[in-house]
Design a protein around this ligand. Structure first.
Ligand SMILES: Cc1ncc(COP(=O)(O)O)c(C=O)c1O
Length: 241
């Protein structure tokens, strides 16, 4: 049993608290269906997961009723503490009015406009635009995409090196796990040095947005896949005519 897994010096000491599992407990139900990122599930389930039930201010309570100071601030997502009344009321009001709308193409929403304005008023000159994402991982991945796009427009596509620090955590997506500098023993926790060999094939036709006529498109797809598998892997994405 290893509740203090060798995730790098110091890391799990402040992160992993042994849990408690009985067959009908929340921990046992968690073990049945829930996968945790960056986690050795065998080790974790040997003692049971640590189930959080409630938070208030800077404290959280677990399923056994233990009160703890949340030094991690919910992995830095709860920077103003739990049960902040202003946030509860603002989220509640917005859920009733318009719970969601996307920012794709030309659509936007009033809260997105107001928050972008507010952030731009606080950032230094030259940093006046905001792109919203759903997580730190997505934010870092988006930053990487913007950097790549910027360099490409400047004719510097060959500039692809990213320097990050040992023990740095940057997220759970393909690129951000590669940027992350955590180790298990001597191995990097996850590394995708070659993100992949992506190819694109034609989607549904613009003229007929319904489902593609199955036989013709299946033949086309299988021809494309055969051709792709028979060509040597390259990192340059190709577009199928
Ligand atoms: C520096 C840094 N980058 C990225 C992330 C990943 O954020 P998320 O868990 O919201 O995807 C974190 C999370 O703690 C972080 O601290």
């Amino acid at each position: 049993m290893n509740t203090i897994a060798p995730l790098g010096k110091g890391f799990t000491q402040w992160f992993i608290v042994p849990g408690m599992s009985t067959p009908s407990s929340l921990a046992a139900r968690d073990a049945r269906h829930h996968l945790h990122p960056f986690t050795n599930h065998g080790d974790m389930h040997a003692t049971g997961t640590h189930v959080m039930m409630r938070g208030e201010g800077v404290y959280v309570w677990d399923a056994r009723g233990h009160k703890m100071l949340d030094g991690l601030a919910g992995l830095w997502c709860v920077n103003v503490g739990y049960q902040c009344r202003e946030i509860i009321e603002a989220v509640n009001a917005q859920m009733r009015q318009l719970p969601y709308y996307c920012s794709f193409f030309n659509t936007t929403t009033e809260p997105a406009i107001a928050l972008a304005e507010k952030i731009a008023s606080l950032t230094p000159p030259g940093l006046g635009h905001v792109m919203f994402t759903n997580s730190g991982s997505e934010a870092n991945e988006t930053a990487l995409k913007l950097i790549r796009g910027y360099l490409k427009l400047r004719g510097q596509s060959a500039k692809t090196k990213i320097v990050s620090r040992n023990f740095a955590y940057h997220g759970v997506t393909l690129a951000t796990t590669s940027m992350t500098g955590l180790r298990i023993g001597t191995l990097r926790i996850t590394s995708v040095d070659e993100v992949g060999d992506f190819r694109h094939l034609s989607g549904t036709s613009r003229a007929s947005p319904g489902p593609p006529s199955s036989n013709a498109s299946q033949r086309r797809l299988s021809h494309f896949v055969r051709r792709m598998l028979s060509t040597r892997a390259t990192t340059r994405p190709r577009r199928m005519a």
